[in-house]
Write a protein that binds this ligand. Structure first.
Ligand SMILES: [Zn+2]
Length: 67
């Protein structure tokens, strides 16, 4: 179940989300983000808008202290 992650301003494709993984590609380089919680900030290559995303797709959790 892949979902596309697009720029919120200009709809440029930033990456593909497939389950727990997020695939990002830029020219010849490809990045795969994996392994639970992540928080990604991507600057759109087209309009330079800052797009932010995290693995839960909800508001970021508070900075919890692991007690
Ligand atoms: Zn954009």
């Amino acid at each position: 179940m892949a979902r596309q992650w697009r720029c919120k301003e200009c709809d440029t494709l930033l990456g593909i989300e497939n389950g727990a993984r997020l695939y990002l590609r830029y020219k010849q380089a490809q990045y795969v983000v994996d392994g639970g919680d992540y928080n990604i900030i991507a600057v759109c290559r087209n309009c330079f808008t800052v797009n932010e995303r995290n693995s839960t797709n909800e508001s970021p959790p508070p900075l919890a202290v692991n007690a």
